[in-house]
Each structure stands twice: as structure tokens, then as C-alpha cells.
Design a protein around this ligand. Structure first.
Ligand code: G6Q
Length: 540
């Protein structure tokens, strides 16, 4: 498929011209000119309310961005994804994380085969397994109940499960201790199993390929740890290891009974897999019912994305705003600021989702882009960030669009905490948008030489996403919201958000150096790398 280069399109040119007209406008002016702005620039779907009025846009901006989406064929691309077309063209794969949350009644064909029955087959198998572990029916090698569940996986096989576990901890079975080992650094494994009894520990080895160096190294170490703790009897492995993978052969080779393997498919990308069998540890922690509620939340947002007109479509609006800042204001980063402690790993999860997906510079038809693609995403839960990096957002030289995420209710109502928390969120968004003028600073009696230091220019844009409470369905909706926002951006930029050649490269790079650190063979790297390896050999 060949499209006109993005920067040559009428919609792009119109946006460029429009940008020169509105870039200088201050949110103070925009709100003064349009008192009903908050109502105009907000949308609600699936129980999520999005206020995007504190963005540097006018009605015309939105109209032009929507025209851009139309011109880039977003509608057709959405349909192609949901239909199971092989839109991951560089890997010749369908992209069907949406099939993972489709109801049993739906039919989705990949290469002529309906994938929905298989999806539900795995979900049912996961549920039966999770119930056995949770009820204490699944026993370890020595007949003890499982008290510890350790997910071993990395990247997409870790970040989703750990984020979801933290987000839904309130709903988890507190009798189970859940840990996540991802890094090949032995500290990670050692600390996760610290004080644990192998006879009560179950490892979930999560790896799509079952070849990833970090995961295989950790799984091997776990295997030795279990065998050491249980008297070396190999038959213990079947009781203490299950696998989540697409690679049955490798799972068998490792010694895990494929009866205890939970499968998924090549059309589920790693960073889009937390609702596949990769979510097994999540399901064990929170139970099948909560897991299914999460899937239903994902599904609701999928339906909204697929069916809602773009001007009311939350992921489309958020995706287009990201394009607006990244490409027209040259914003390099975007902050995600959940005012909810349970979402503490959400920014880390989003970093992979956004940056691995749209961190690309080659278009689908092989051209180098001449515009910015995916921004750098980062963030911390509020209010902690306020006492550290918010300074730069308020008064630094970089424009950093922010997503504030808050909830009307808390799962732990204690005293005034929640009102104080949410007051902070509203206050930050307000201060970022409207700032504080020199006159206002002076009126507070500030010494003249300090006035410039205490002025807040404002005009810092933000979205505010408000939902009712953290629950499994809401988590699903939130994740799907960002998945589809990422998709929208990728469609405009005409990149493939579903490959990750940079990650693949990382998987092979270290292989050459590992034996060099373990032996004393001649080195043929650059001078710096050679010297570092030599020094390491001397120091280790
Ligand atoms: C995700 C990436 C990457 C992947 C990990 C783990 O989209 O492809 O983060 O998830 O490299 O891969 P395995 O699941 O194959 O071990």
C-alpha cells in the first residue's frame, strides 16, 4: 500500500498553517473566549470521562485533526485490524489482541480459521487452573498448598502482568504472595524467592518464544532452586512449573508438561498480551471472575473505538492530540500521571506500549519519516511527582502534555485522603493551564526581584481522565484506551506499531560478548568495548 507522504497531504498543510495561527494563543484566552469550552471539549465513553479542554486547540484544530485521521484512512485501518487482516506487514501477521476479549459468540477469521473458540478454550483452561491453585487443590511435590506464585517473563511477558497485579491488588487473594522476576540480574531472582519455601512455590514461565535469554536463564535458575529444595527429584518440576507460550516444543524441552502449558498465538504482540494467557499470574491472583470482568472492560472500549464517530471517540481524540503536540509543537515527551497508587506501574507499562509501538522512523512503504513519531512517555503516580519533576513541567523550557488519571472513589476510604489527593490533581491541571501572572504574583506582595521567578506562564496542556473506581473492568478500559490511541497515532504516522526490530536486535547483541566475559579469548570490538571487557575480566 502506498500513500502520499504525510507531510505532503492537504490535511497536514492545513494543520501547519493553522498551527501558526493558534500556537501563540494562551489557554487563558481560549477559556475566556469560549466559556463552555469544558463541555465542548470533553467526551465520555464506557464510564471514562475525558476532559480535553485544557489543550491548546480550537474547534478548528479538532476539525483539521479529524480530517487528517480520515485522510490517513484511520477508519479502514481500524476495520482491517478488527477483521484480522495481516496489518503487521513486516512480520506478516494479523494483529488481534481484540480477539482476546471477544465474546464466545463472535467469529474472527485468521487464514480462514475462526480464532474465538481457541481463545475461550485457553481462557477456560486458565480459569480451571487458577481455581485449583486458589482453592488449594493444586498441591506441590510434597503435598503442600501453593502460597507463592512467581511469574518469570520480561518485556511484554512481564510489564502487563505486574502492572495488572499491582492495579488489582485490592481484589487479589492475600494468602498468595505474587512476585515477578524479569531481569537477568540475579538480584531479581534472589530477592523474589528470599525466604520462600520451594515446596509452596509455583513458577509461571511466561515467554511467547520460550527462547528469551533473560527468561530462560531465570527459569533454569528457578528449576535448580526447586530441585535443590526438594531433594533433586525431577518429577517435582511438573508440580512447580507451568508455562505460557506459543512454543510447545521448547516448553517440552525445558521439562514442563505441555498439559500445563497455556497457549497463545503469533497474532498477539508481547506488549498487547496481558489479556492473553500471559495474564495467567494475574488470573491466579485475582480469580477468573475478576479477570473476565477486566476482559469485558477491554471489550467495551474496543467496541467504542470501532463504532463511535471520531469526534466522540476517546482513543482517536487522545491519539490525534498526541500527533498535534508531537508534530506541530515539537513536544518530545508526554507525562502520564495517575492519581491512584494502585496504578503505580501504569506509566512503566505504557512506556513499552507507546514507545515500542510507535518508536519507529520508517513508514509502511519503507520511507524515512520527516516528522516526529512516538513521544517519550514517562510518569509517576500523583502526588509523589509533584514533589519532584513537576517543577520542570510548570516552569521549565519543555512543553510536556500531561495525562492526569483520577478516580471519584477510593478503594480505601480513610479520612480526607481521597479528597486531598484529587484536589491536588485538579489543582495541578489548573495551574499548568492557567499559570500565575506577574500581576498576580505582585498582588501577593512578592518582592520585585523575585517576581519573574514566581511567575507561572501556564499554557501547559493536559487531559484529565476521570473514572469511578479502580476495578478490573476499568483497568481493561484504560489499557484499551491507550492501545487504541497508540494505534491511531501509528495510522497517522503510517508506521507499523506492531513490530519491534529494535528489541529483536537486543536479543542477539549480548550473545557474542557472554563467552568473552567467561573466558579470555581475543577481543575484536572497538577500543572502548575491548578495554571495558578487559577491565571487567580483571575485576570480576
Ligand atoms: C513486546 C516485545 C518484547 C517481548 C519480550 C519477551 O511486544 O516483543 O517486550 O514481550 O522480549 O519476549 P518473550 O515473551 O518471547 O519471552
Amino acid at each position: 500500500m502506498s500513500m502520499k507522504p504525510l507531510t505532503d497531504t492537504p490535511a497536514w498543510h492545513a494543520l501547519q498553517k493553522h498551527h501558526t495561527e493558534v500556537a501563540g494563543l494562551h489557554l487563558r484566552e481560549l477559556f475566556a473566549a469560549e466559556p463552555k469550552r469544558a463541555a465542548t471539549f470533553s467526551a465520555e465513553a464506557c464510564g471514562l470521562f475525558l476532559d480535553y479542554s485544557k489543550n491548546r486547540i480550537t474547534g478548528e484544530t479538532l476539525r483539521l485533526l479529524l480530517a487528517l485521521a480520515e485522510e490517513r484512512g484511520l477508519r479502514g485501518r481500524i476495520d482491517a485490524m478488527f477483521r484480522g487482516e495481516k496489518i503487521n506487514s513486516t512480520e506478516d501477521r494479523a494483529v488481534l489482541h481484540t480477539a482476546l476479549r471477544a465474546p464466545r459468540t463472535e467469529k474472527i477469521l485468521v487464514d480462514g480459521q475462526d480464532v474465538v473458540p481457541a481463545v475461550h478454550g485457553v481462557l477456560d483452561k486458565m480459569a480451571a487452573f487458577a481455581d485449583r491453585v486458589r482453592s488449594g487443590q493444586w498441591l506441590g511435590h510434597t503435598g503442600k498448598k501453593i502460597r507463592n506464585v512467581i511469574n518469570i517473563g520480561i518485556g511484554g511477558s512481564d510489564l502487563g502482568p505486574v502492572m495488572a497485579y499491582e492495579a488489582l491488588k485490592f481484589y487479589s487473594d492475600r494468602a498468595l504472595r505474587c512476585e515477578f522476576v524479569s531481569n537477568v540480574d540475579s538480584d531479581d531472582f534472589a530477592e523474589a524467592v528470599h525466604g520462600m519455601d520451594p515446596s509452596e512455590t509455583l513458577f509461571v514461565v511466561s515467554s511467547k518464544t520460550f527462547t528469551t535469554l533473560e527468561t530462560m536463564t531465570n527459569a533454569q535458575t528457578a528449576r535448580e532452586w526447586v530441585l535443590r529444595g526438594l531433594g533433586g527429584d525431577e518429577s517435582a518440576i511438573a508440580k512447580h512449573f507451568v508455562a505460557v507460550s506459543t512454543n510447545a516444543e521448547k516448553v517440552r524441552e525445558f521439562g514442563i508438561d505441555t498439559a500445563n502449558m497455556f497457549g497463545f498465538w503469533d497474532w498477539v504482540g508481547g506488549r498487547y498480551s496481558m489479556d492473553s494467557a500471559i495474564g495467567l499470574s494475574t488470573m491466579v491472583a485475582v480469580g477468573p471472575e475478576n479477570f473476565r470482568a477486566m476482559l469485558a472492560g477491554f471489550r467495551e472500549m474496543d467496541e467504542h473505538f470501532r463504532a463511535a464517530p471520531f469526534e466522540r471517540n476517546l482513543p482517536v481524540i487522545m491519539g490525534l492530540l498526541a500527533v498535534w503536540y508531537g508534530d506541530f509543537f515539537d513536544a518530545q515527551t508526554a507525562a502520564v500521571l495517575p492519581y491512584e497508587q494502585y496504578l503505580k506501574r501504569f506509566p512503566a507499562y505504557l512506556q513499552q506500549l507507546t514507545m515500542e509501538s510507535n518508536g519507529k522512523s520508517i513508514t509502511l512503504d519503507g520511507r524515512h519519516v520527516d516528522y516526529n513519531t512516538g513521544a517519550i512517555y514517562w510518569g509517576e503516580p500523583g502526588t509523589n511527582g509533584q514533589h519532584s519533576f513537576y517543577q520542570l513541567i510548570h516552569q521549565g523550557t519543555h512543553l510536556i502534555p500531561c495525562d492526569f488519571i483520577g478516580f471519584a472513589k477510593t478503594l480505601n476510604p480513610i479520612g480526607r485522603h481521597h479528597d486531598i489527593l484529587i484536589a491536588n490533581m485538579f489543582a495541578q491541571a489548573e495551574a499548568l493551564a492557567f499559570g500565575k501572572t506577574a500581576e498576580e504574583v505582585r498582588a501577593e506582595g512578592t518582592r520585585e526581584d523575585l517576581v519573574p521567578h514566581r511567575v507561572f506562564e501556564g499554557n501547559r496542556p493536559s487531559n484529565t481522565i476521570l473514572a469511578e473506581i479502580v476495578d478490573p473492568a476499568t483497568l481493561g478500559k484504560l489499557v484499551a484506551l491507550y492501545e487504541h490511541s497508540v494505534f491511531t497515532q501509528g495510522a497517522v504516522w503510517e508506521v507499523n506499531p506492531f513490530d519491534q526490530w529494535g528489541v529483536e536486535l537486543g536479543k542477539v547483541l549480548a550473545q557474542r560478548i557472554i563467552p568473552e566475559l567467561e573466558g579470555d579469548t581475543a577481543l575484536h570490538h572497538d577500543g572502548s568495548t575491548n578495554a571495558l571487557i578487559e577491565r571487567y575480566r580483571r575485576m570480576k
